[in-house]
Design a protein around this ligand. Structure first.
Ligand code: SAM
Length: 311
């Protein structure tokens, strides 16, 4: 399910790492082991890996996140921070002469810092320029999309990445109210288009869809996961925390394929693929936050952690 509830009144000002103990345990972080955090964000998981004695390379596409992590983690040695998209993970590792690691973490999506204080229009609760780029190097903003796509393309994008209904009504309202330059404007237009019901803000799905499109999130995830699996040492672990069903379904499917002995199309009478599994699942079901974690950090409620081990 998409993470659809409002953040109003949550009082979040710092990013609280989600499923922290569970992901560090899943990675089996050991002293002197070598790890990559592909989504360093506020540095919470990175700090835990470093405290457990790991050597760490941390990536983030957002230069502000890297700056914040540099400040937070300044007292640790054994740390290299790189402002890069994890879609370029292999190149980053090559440039660092790193060919094999013991564990890799992806904690997907955006941080509370981006949502609350970046000023880049990630939140429908704020009136900010409608940007939503993780990195200023990217050329297309959310405003570019809402102001230039055809109604059909907008409806498709909102339906596909927002995982919701009424995408055509929303797209038609957007068309009628162009140009749209701020997050507040867009949130209001979507709310007028579909009406408000319950605790879930009606613009949640549209904002999710735009963020995924602006940052090409699913393509980068596909590339990043493939490169991460290549980099893992034997018995090395990969841990992925996702926040909506599109991401989680994607991770589940890649892990399923990579851990299967046969990937022949359904109905093939005899296996002809000779597929060699590269991963073993540590458990079938994803790890979910406890009710205690959700109470302490409502943002964690939609989190799912999937873990696999290199064979
Ligand atoms: C949920 S936050 C990570 C929080 C972090 N684990 C912590 O404990 O503070 C996700 C971060 O991943 C970054 N990110 C998302 N997609 C990325 C990508 N393709 N490449 C690099 N960083 C990405 C975002 O900029 C954001 O800072």
């Amino acid at each position: 399910m998409a993470d659809r509830r409002e953040h109003r009144g949550s009082g979040i000002t710092a990013h609280i790492p989600v499923l922290l103990a569970e992901s560090i345990e899943a990675l089996r972080v050991k002293r002197g082991g070598s790890y990559i955090d592909c989504t360093v964000g506020g540095g919470g998981h990175a700090q835990a890996i470093l405290e457990a004695g790991g050597r760490l390379v941390g990536l983030d596409a957002d230069p502000q996140a890297i700056k914040a992590a540099q400040g937070k983690l300044k007292n640790f040695g054994r740390l290299t921070l790189v402002n890069e998209n994890f879609g370029h993970l292999a190149d980053v590792c090559k440039s660092l002469n790193l060919s094999i690691v013991d564990g890799i973490l992806f904690d997907l999506g955006m941080s509370s810092l981006q949502l609350e204080v970046s000023g880049r229009g990630f939140s429908f609760m704020r009136d900010e320029p409608l940007d939503m780029r993780f990195s200023p190097q990217q050329s297309v903003t959310a405003a570019d999309i809402v102001n230039s796509y055809s109604v059909d393309d907008l409806a498709k994008l909102i339906g596909k990445y927002g995982e919701g209904s009424r995408s055509r009504t929303i797209a038609a309202h957007i068309m009628r109210n162009r140009p749209i330059t701020t997050s507040g404007q867009l949130a209001e237009i979507v709310a007028r288009a579909v009406g408000r019901r319950g605790r879930i803000h009606p613009a949640t799905q549209t904002f999710q869809a735009l963020r995924i499109a602006v940052n090409n999130e699913l393509d980068n995830l596909k590339i990043g996961l493939a490169q991460a699996i290549d980099l893992l040492a034997q018995r090395g672990r990969i841990a992925v925390i996702s926040f909506h069903s599109l991401e989680d379904g994607f991770v589940k499917e890649i892990f399923r394929k990579e851990s299967s002995e046969c990937i022949c199309p359904a109905g093939t009478p005899v296996c002809i693929c000779n597929h060699e599994p590269r991963l073993k699942l540590t458990r079938r079901k994803p790890v979910q936050p406890t009710s205690e974690e959700i109470a302490n950090n409502p943002r964690s409620r939609s989190a799912r952690l999937r873990v696999a081990e290199k064979v």
